[in-house]
Design a protein around this ligand. Structure first.
Ligand code: ATP
Length: 233
């Protein structure tokens, strides 16, 4: 599904990623872990064409997307749930959701399916997005990405600031996506949440991959986890 080959990404002259390579298969869930400033968001921004790598290549479904514009990458089936949700604040929930609708060739989701997953949204359709709680905003952001028929969803800190019940809902959506063949990359400070749902994990430090393997291997080895992630939960 996704193949990232040796990318170097910069902000101006500051290098944020150093030769990062990874791949994600159809329906696979990859946890991307690491401390603040490790380069996790930069990796997502590189895949999305928001901060293009200076060297290396990114392939999605066997096509090189390294130089593509972000809207073309989205139309190819890469979805994004940003950490700050990025809803249109003065538009209603219904309108925010409808802005995400597009066909990509991957599984398409209807508004009814989205509101079956997040039942609270049924009663919030006419509300302006800026009046929602953080958890409700996250439901809209995830609903919007589903309506865009993604083959791969990039979740940036999806559990950040959310109540445990909403975190469970988010984890269940990721499991559902996997069962439908949709792949996910989850960037998380909260390693417990990410490792509970991921198949594989990658740990970044200072812009480089320092460990990769099965998620169960990392979650089941406290010493390894401590050495890689220190105080991160
Ligand atoms: P966090 O969890 O804090 O978001 P992260 O692992 O996602 O951390 P990035 O946000 O990708 O890390 O940051 C990687 C490096 O790039 C850091 O050194 C950061 O200071 C730098 N960086 C990030 N965004 C910019 C920017 N817009 N301009 C300059 N440097 C940036």
């Amino acid at each position: 599904m996704l193949d990232v080959r040796g990318i170097d990404t910069y902000y101006g002259e500051t290098q944020a990623l150093f030769g990062v390579s990874l791949s994600v298969a159809e329906g696979e869930v990859l946890a991307l872990l690491g401390a603040n400033g490790a380069g996790k968001t930069t990796l997502l921004r590189s895949v999305l064409g928001l901060t293009r790598p200076r060297r290396g290549e990114i392939r999605f479904r066997d096509r090189s997307i390294t130089a593509w514009d972000t809207h073309d990458i989205a139309r190819a089936g890469v979805g994004w749930v940003p950490d700050d949700r990025r809803l249109c604040p003065t538009l209603t929930v219904a309108k925010n959701l409808s802005l995400g609708i597009k066909a990509t060739g991957f599984r398409s989701w209807s508004v009814d399916e989205v509101t079956d997953i997040f039942t609270a949204l049924k009663y919030l359709m006419a509300r302006e997005a800026e009046t929602l709680s953080g958890g409700e905003m996250q439901m809209v952001a995830i609903g919007r990405v589903l309506l865009g028929s993604p083959g791969l969803v990039l979740f940036d800190e999806p559990s950040q600031g959310l109540a445990p019940k909403i975190v469970d809902d988010v984890v269940n959506v990721i499991r559902r996506l996997r069962s439908e063949g949709v792949a996910s990359i989850i960037v998380e400070q909260n390693a417990d949440v990410a490792l509970s749902v991921a198949d594989r994990a990658i740990v970044l430090s200072r812009g480089q991959i320092v460990w990769q393997g099965a998620a169960g291997e990392l979650s089941g080895d406290p010493a390894l986890r401590h050495s890689l992630l220190g105080g991160l939960q």
